[in-house]
Design a binder for this molecule. Structure first.
Ligand SMILES: [Fe+2]
Length: 382
């Protein structure tokens, strides 16, 4: 299976993965296994899906296994959409959100944590293909998965810090599950932002931007009440704060920003860049990884970026790459030891297709990977 531009999909090629749209029941627009026709291709492009996975001869045997499997994603989509529905009612009634309304989210976090464990703690494929109108729900689920992955690596190395500044290496699962709940709810305050602003194609005006920036505070207003963990609220309120103080709502700096929110910031920005959004097409994984690496020490906590770089692959299986020796190929697998030196199936070699391990062939690399050109400025993301 491999990822290709939708516009270039050949008729008759087989769709490799489900394509999701913003249905609250999680039912996909097209299911894996269907044959691409001219009409389907048009439907996909109209839905804003710029790339799809296809099964073809060149990519036979290449498996793309997302961290969150289809069954969990469908259950999670229903649970998140139901929590958001309750939150929408709460906004309309001017009341805080009842904790019971999102009780099922704790089960979702537990499920996602089990999948992160079985993935070996590395994200080889994260986001499923989803249209911009599916962004709210799918973004919450993907940010939860990647945030737990980063958090697991980060806590194992750095521990978690309590309010007295003491480090701990115990009860990491408890910590991760609270982080996961915060991540599922991180943008819940966007329900208080008018839909006309939220779903506007193109860049928001300065006035619209000001309203957009109220969503972290609106989020904790929704979670008002003692039943919510202050850690969940910290993620919701602080996920747009930035390490150097350029974030919002309060421009907090460095360790003044809660550790969990520093993890959420990286997960949120990475997933935003690599997802279809109303005002930007999905960028490839390596653009998302590069933007995070470039932000280390300025926008993001360098220790969190370090953990991120060890768990998110810039070129996941199924990605087409150009090598520094001019050959092109498809990524087959990614070694844990060096996520940017995958095994590549070269298609245009002199002796026909062959597989090479960039981990063993130290003289060959992926062309352009060292360069820092073309990444979207992470600071611009809402
Ligand atoms: Fe946000």
């Amino acid at each position: 299976m491999r990822l290709i531009a939708t516009a270039r999909a050949q008729e008759g090629s087989e769709l490799g993965r489900d394509v999701l749209v913003g249905r609250p029941d999680g039912v996909p627009l097209l299911r894996a296994g269907v044959r691409v026709t001219a009409r389907y291709r048009e439907l996909l492009l109209k839905a804003g899906i710029s790339a799809i996975y296809v099964e073809d001869e060149d990519s036979a045997g290449i498996a793309v296994e997302p961290v969150v499997d289809d069954a969990t994603r469908a259950i999670a989509t229903r649970a998140v959409s139901s929590a958001y529905r309750s939150a929408r009612d709460a906004v309309a009634a001017g009341k805080p959100l009842e904790a019971e309304a999102v009780a099922s989210l704790e089960d979702i976090v537990a499920r996602i944590m089990r999948q992160v464990d079985s993935s070996g703690g590395v994200a080889l494929a994260l986001a499923d293909l989803a249209s911009a109108d599916a962004y709210t729900f799918q973004h919450s689920i993907d940010v939860c998965a990647v945030g737990i992955l980063i958090g697991q690596r980060y806590y194992r190395t750095n521990g978690w810090t309590d309010y007295k500044g003491e480090r701990h290496f115990t009860k990491l699962d408890e910590r991760l599950s609270t982080l996961g709940l915060g991540l599922l709810l991180h943008d819940i305050g966007k329900l208080a932002v008018p839909l006309g602003i939220l779903n506007k194609p193109g860049k928001p005006t300065p006035e619209e931007w000001t309203i957009m920036k109220t969503h972290p505070r609106a989020g904790i207003d929704l979670l008002e009440g003692s039943q919510w963990s202050p850690l969940v609220k910290a993620v919701v309120l602080r996920h747009h704060e930035r390490w150097n103080g350029c974030g919002y709502p309060d421009g907090r700096v460095g360790e003044q920003i809660h550790q969990m929110a520093r993890i959420a910031a990286v997960a949120d920005v990475y997933d935003a860049i690599t997802s279809e959004r109303m005002y930007a097409a999905a960028r490839p994984a390596h653009d998302g990884v590069r933007a995070i690496l470039e932000g280390a020490g300025t926008l993001f906590d360098p220790d969190v970026v370090d953990a991120f770089a060890r768990v998110v692959a810039p070129y996941p299986p199924g990605t087409t790459v150009e090598l520094t020796d001019g050959r092109t190929g498809i990524v087959v697998s990614v070694p844990d030891a060096a996520l940017d030196r995958p095994v590549v199936r070269v298609l245009d070699g002199p002796d026909g297709p062959c597989e090479i391990s960039l981990l063993l062939e130290s003289g060959i690399a992926i062309a352009g990977w060292h360069s820092h050109v073309g990444a979207e400025p992470a600071a611009a993301l809402a």
